[in-house]
Design a protein around this ligand. Structure first.
Ligand SMILES: *Cc1c(COP(=O)(O)O)cnc(C)c1O
Length: 466
């Protein structure tokens, strides 16, 4: 039986070591063989197999035999659904080391904090933000958007609203292009202003129409509404388009309004070759940027970031130390940068290590090659769709997304059939009232052959439906 102080440690470390080595081998096999393993439905008896019982057991074989095979399938090269990063082999090492360290990254002075600080410095520099910029890692872009719009509110009305609340504020508006991600609506709900405060602006050529935006802001100001933030998108979720950030920055400056950029996946196109590299020009003018490392860079879930132009505004929005969190001059309670001062989390994990590992293992040049490959693959898919008698392109391909409709048959049924057959995972979306097949290529395992095979599979299915 276990004894005090050892109850949760392995009883036999040698046996544990051997079985964990075997577990690691299975995990390496899983990642190495990712190209041969598409998404598969969860087995019927899965829920029973994983039901938590009152009979504790060694679960290492459950982990590898029962749970490991049931992944989302996004590790496969023909997984194009939603915007799912595919993961990296070196992420296994980072996650293992992070688990061994079990660092609490809320603050204090230890290695994990320095790693996060360095990763944030790299992200800000790559965005083109000034030296004084700030940032913090988040679960993803949704959380980062809440942080960014909170900061916009403090910048507009002062940190005093943290005490007094929002009751005395005028009605607020946040402007987004048509097709912008739903996380902006969610952020304004959480912040207490309601999603009616998110104003959709029409598109021209796939980007927010800045004239329509200017006219809308003028109308709102005349009606006593405060323009809190203009939100540009770098890589729209439906079609992969980018707003004109320089034009948005000009308008934001004219009205003293915050410019936030949702760069969930588009951030990484800054490392691509021309012409894709220039899609995000002007991003450096933003007051805040939300981005994900778990999408296009392929860092293991979850890992996103909120970057802010002004570290002073960032701190003013969140820093609030209770007496038991006092920073000291020396010892573990020292350290000048505590992530808890830059967000709502106190206890937090060591997300920075897998991102640091990815950046340092591959370097900007190789990451840029993957981004470029994916944009070329989306262009190839667009050309194949254009050349197909069965398919119609639903929007021009500008980055890594290709959206198209079948000339006969139902897009959602085609998507489901191809997922179940394991050939390819498309997701669906609706453009101009039409259901489309949608590929967001953010996958370092995808090749041109994968693209040819994916379109051939769609065509075969449509042919067979006659
Ligand atoms: C995925 C996505 C989001 C939300 O990011 P999460 O990391 O899933 O919270 C926001 N905007 C865009 C454009 C996205 O693709």
């Amino acid at each position: 039986m276990s004894s005090e102080g050892h109850r949760m440690d392995p009883e036999d470390w040698d046996a544990f070591r051997a079985s964990l080595h075997a577990t690691l081998d299975r995990c390496i096999d899983h990642v190495q063989d990712a190209r041969s393993r598409p998404w598969q439905p969860v087995p019927d008896d899965f829920d029973r197999a994983i039901a938590i019982t009152d009979s504790p057991r060694d679960v290492l074989t459950d982990l590898t035999d029962t749970i490991l095979p049931t992944s989302t399938g996004n590790t496969h090269p023909a997984f194009f659904g939603w915007v799912h990063g595919t993961g990296q082999a070196t992420g296994l090492a980072a996650e293992l080391v992070a688990a061994a360290m079990n660092s609490n990254c809320g603050g204090r002075d230890h290695g994990a904090i320095r790693i996060e600080q360095e990763v944030i410095r790299w992200l800000c520099a790559t965005a083109g933000l000034p030296q004084d910029a700030s940032g913090v890692l988040t679960t993803g872009t949704s959380q980062a958007t809440i942080y960014a719009l909170s900061a916009a509110r403090v910048a507009a009305f002062g940190a005093g609203i943290r005490e007094t609340g929002i009751a005395g504020l005028p009605p607020l508006r946040v402007y987004v292009a048509q097709g912008a991600h739903s996380c902006m609506r969610q952020a304004m709900q959480v912040l207490g202003h309601g999603s009616d405060s998110v104003q959709t602006v029409a598109l021209t050529n796939g980007a927010m129409d800045t004239q329509a935006l200017a006219a809308q802001i003028d109308r709102d100001i005349a009606a006593g509404i405060h323009p809190l933030a203009i939100v540009g998108t770098a890589g729209s979720v439906n079609t992969g388009t980018y707003d004109d950030f320089r034009a948005l920055a000009d308008l934001a400056q004219t009205h003293g309004t915050w410019l936030h950029i949702d760069a969930a996946f588009g951030y990484w196109s800054r490392l691509a070759e021309a012409p894709w590299r220039h899609l995000s020009d002007g991003m450096e003018l933003a007051n805040s940027i939300a981005l994900d490392a778990h999408k296009w860079l392929g860092v293991q879930y979850d890992c996103g970031a909120c970057l802010m132009r002004s570290s002073a505004v960032h701190r003013a929005t969140f820093a609030d130390r209770a007496e038991y969190l006092t920073q000291q001059r020396e010892g573990l309670a020292a350290g000048t940068w505590w992530p808890t001062d830059y967000g709502t989390e106190l206890s937090r994990g060591f997300r920075a290590l897998k991102l640091w590992t990815a950046l340092q293992t591959h370097g900007s040049a190789k990451i840029g090659q993957v981004i470029t490959d994916n944009c070329k693959q989306a262009a190839l898919m667009g050309a194949l769709v254009d050349a197909s008698p069965h398919l119609t392109l639903a929007a021009p391909v500008v980055s890594n997304l290709c959206v198209f409709t079948p000339k006969k048959g139902d897009a959602a049924q085609i998507a489901a059939a191809l997922q179940i057959s394991g050939e390819v995972v498309f997701s669906t979306t609706t453009l101009d009232g039409q259901t489309c097949l949608r590929a967001a290529i953010v996958n370092h395992r995808t090749t041109s052959d994968t693209i040819h095979a994916a379109i051939a599979a769609v065509e075969r299915l449509i042919d067979a439906e006659v």
